[in-house]
Ligand binder design. Structure first.
Ligand SMILES: CC(C)(COP(=O)(O)OP(=O)(O)OC[C@H]1O[C@@H](n2cnc3c(N)ncnc32)[C@H](O)[C@@H]1OP(=O)(O)O)[C@@H](O)C(=O)NCCC(=O)NCCS
Length: 153
């Protein structure tokens, strides 16, 4: 894609990150985002198109592994390969950290994210039953399984 740039974000990008997060139903809080930007063991990657922040991914360094904690692309820019490009940058960060694997957890009902991860070479390691609270605040809504996935960076 023309004019796509993926780069590590800094505390200077906090406001842009807060706006980006607000495009989803359960946005990360300003405090969480600021903590990630300030944490030397976290890497917040931003995807910019024509200078506008349209996606981000958060990856955290663990003792042996790296964990993808968030990935998001604004709805208007989806299905253009931006998340795939962010994931490639996440894997590159894992290689720089010499992580043995990159781990992630995803809601069992999040078909688009699961397809994205499989396509990027992640495979399923197991499930945590009923790990996530229901997305909708309804009395009859069920908790959702978490699918655990990983790959070598
Ligand atoms: C999941 C998400 C990050 C994908 O972003 P994206 O930029 O649209 O993804 P890409 O364009 O890079 O897609 C790469 C591949 O993932 C799969 N994919 C992505 N979105 C999909 C969708 N809506 N339906 C089916 N497959 C999808 C496809 O295989 C796609 O390749 P293709 O377009 O060549 O078929 C985006 O939908 C999003 O921000 N969702 C909300 C946040 C979220 O659920 N994050 C994951 C939490 S674990």
């Amino acid at each position: 894609m023309t004019e796509l740039a993926i780069q590590r974000l800094t505390t200077d990008d906090l406001e842009r990150l807060v706006v980006l997060e607000s495009c989803q139903p359960h946005p990360g809080s300003r405090r969480q985002l600021e903590a990630a930007l300030n944490d030397e063991d976290s890497c917040v990657l931003g995807a910019e198109v024509a200078g506008e922040l349209v996606g981000h991914a958060v990856v955290v360094r663990l003792p042996f592994e790296a964990e993808l904690q968030a990935i998001l692309v604004v709805p208007a820019m989806r299905r253009r390969g931006l998340a795939a490009a962010l994931l490639e940058a996440v894997l590159e960060q894992g290689r720089q950290w010499r992580s043995e694997r990159v781990l992630l957890e995803v809601r069992a009902g999040n078909a688009s994210a699961i397809r994205l991860y499989r396509r990027a070479g992640f495979s399923e390691d197991g499930r945590r039953r009923g790990y996530y609270p229901p997305l909708e605040d309804r009395a009859d809504a069920n908790r959702e399984d978490a699918i655990l996935m990983s790959r070598r960076p």
